[in-house]
Design a protein. Structure first.
Length: 109
């Protein structure tokens, strides 16, 4: 599962940066200064990268055996600026805690 987590973390950062650039730079340029060039390039790139993000988030969720609700929330994280960074940290913690060996409960008796 380590490879799936690494792939997810990389694409989460890439999608997050692309979305921040699109929202904080591209949109003001398009609507404030009538210059849609950044939106035309970064918007298309973000759309394609988001599809890769969905596929890798799905792959990780199946390997980690997450419930459907968690998988959908992680997938939606790539649509809100800055949330993909938060989700990436949370997902890394979830996977790390799932990897820890569990201590068996003592037998009462």
């Amino acid at each position: 599962m380590g490879g799936a987590l690494t792939r997810y973390r990389v694409i989460a950062w890439i999608v997050g940066v692309a979305l921040v650039v699109l929202v904080l730079i591209g949109m003001p340029l398009k609507y404030g200064f009538d210059n849609p060039s950044v939106v035309g390039v970064v918007g298309v790139a973000h759309g394609w990268l988001y599809m890769v993000y969905l596929a890798l988030a799905f792959d990780l969720s199946r390997r980690a055996d997450w419930p459907l609700k968690r998988m959908l929330l992680v997938m939606l994280a790539g649509t809100v600026p800055f949330v993909s960074f938060y989700a990436e940290r949370r997902v890394s913690r979830w996977v790390a805690t799932e990897r820890l060996p569990r201590t068996p409960e003592p037998v009462a008796g």
